[in-house]
Design a protein around this ligand. Sequence first.
Ligand SMILES: [Zn+2]
Length: 176
Amino acid sequence: MRTIEFLILHCTAGSQAWTARELQAFFMRPVVEGGRGWSRGGYHWLVEADGRAVRLYSDALVTNGTHPYAGLGIKVSNSNTVHICYTGGVGALMQPVDNRTVAQRTGLAKLVRDYVAAYPNLRVLGHNQVREKACPAYWVPDFCREIGIAGRRVWTGNPFRFPVPVAVPHTPDAAL
Ligand SMILES: [Zn+2]
């Protein structure tokens, strides 16, 4: 079993109507057809607009959620991370928008609490804390505080100075 040290929260940067199946199809579709051309998707979980959390991969598997980051006392890579995503995160002009539904916030809160309980050394953070991008279009340490998770369980580093300019690419990225 791999060692899981981090829980990174993401958005799809796409339609809130996306289902888990559509998200996975986007990741697997060849690049020339507008997809990512991956053999494995980016996230272990997707929280759909109605709040339903869909398990996409077992925690034992490494997914393509982020590029490696090392600094400010942490060393993050896909190999030591579980990735959780919600559908949405962009407005009509693809600008970053925190458009999580109430149900999504509830669904995310339950997942995050479950992971914090299951992994005693796990730390929670947002993708925008380890990569210069808007994803997940909100500040994860604030969300964690709202749901009663704080202290050493939340990484508060902000090396890319969130909120970043809208011009920064907002789409999901690959590890490779
Ligand atoms: Zn992300």
